[in-house]
Design a protein around this ligand. Sequence first.
Ligand SMILES: CSC[C@H]1O[C@@H](n2cnc3c(O)ncnc32)[C@H](O)[C@@H]1O
Ligand SMILES: [Zn+2]
Length: 441
Amino acid sequence: MNPSSFSADLIVVPGWIISMASRDEVLRDHAIVVEKGIIKALLPVGDLPENCPVEPIKLPDHAVLPGLVNAHGHAAMTLLRGFADDLPLMPWLENHIWPAETAHVGEDFVRDGTSLAMAEMLLSGTTTFSDMYFFPEVVAALCTKSGMRAQLTTPVFEFPTAWGDGADDYISKSLALRDDCKNLDRLSIAFGPHSPYTVAESSLEKVALYAAELDMGVHIHLHETAGEVLSAVEATGERPVDTLRRLGLLGPRTQCVHMTSIGSQDIANLAETGAQVVHCPQPNMKLASGTCPVSELRAAGVNVGLGTDGAASNNDLNLFNEMHSAALLAKLTTGDPTVMSAYDTLHMATLGGAKALGLDQEIGSITPGKQADFIAIDLSAPSTQPLYNPPSQIVYACTGAEVTHSWVAGEALMHERKLLTIDVDDTLARAKHWRQKISAQ
Ligand SMILES: CSC[C@H]1O[C@@H](n2cnc3c(O)ncnc32)[C@H](O)[C@@H]1O
Ligand SMILES: [Zn+2]
């Protein structure tokens, strides 16, 4: 690079760069050069000019990788973490979670719960999240303040809730939010029809039409349990994934969350239509919902991202935990320890998630031209030494507490584990206030 034309506003020189741009690539002695929020180059350190326009941030004990993408969650549900545990999905939802939401969800609940979620996610390496919750306009404002990148999916139900009266009302609010956020670079708006068992076919068809016309994503809980599939077959003669395909709702813009209880025909349906899958291993295990056959899906060419789901069912929003579980669960359920390698698992939590959200041209790998969204992980502690293979350490040995820095579009959101855009003390005080209020009922 010609020193006279060298310009940059951020230069990071880590011990290792796991770019996720090509399989198993781990770069040593390279610098990430960023200008105006975009990755400009990955340069051998020796090619940096002697007098850089900014002081390079040297992190010799750290691996830098793309910011993690939490491809499914309900951020504000942090306020219901530990509220109802050790139950199957439908009794958990119908007898505990939905009554609590009816009693408490409003703008304040969403603001305070989402702030807590954003703090937790940033501290464990997530820079982009997908959210499916009420009052997404409140979440949009919080994202702008915190600098996090997000896909906000707007709830669609057949029945009224605090955010809407019925399917048409939810859909029109979704369209209005899309208009309101059109100039916000770090936000995308997608439809979030809750599930095939809470949204009528006629409403799903409307969502499909708008999504196709406006090129919007669709994010839906699908095949979460064997019971869901069985009830659908009894009621309609069809498996939920077949219903979505018949309604024109299965395609590359559709993000199918959970996908347990699936067989080869379901996998073929997903592969033929290019639909996306989001795997949530820990809530699937905790609610004993079932297993998503991720290695079979990936082998069939289906893209898979990774999500935590909400803190009321997980009970954390830590993608390091989720990666660990995803890798181990895939090996156990297939009886094959060679599936879901550390690299494959990291792929699911970065580029796979970015692709699921339709963001893979912008984020998901450290590639010149993409947004400068990346994190630094300190691998010098006893629990991550000695170091043979950084991806192995990250997936099998890290806890998330090793993440020290994060940047979104080149903006520092965390420095040496201090959050720069979120007031953690205030957020914790508000969470305590909600615990008192919710447990008093
Ligand atoms: C459309 S707002 C989100 C809605 O979904 C509920 N929810 C949380 N976790 C799950 C899950 O695993 N399956 C189905 N629904 C879930 C949440 O409580 C909100 O009401
Ligand atoms: Zn969910």
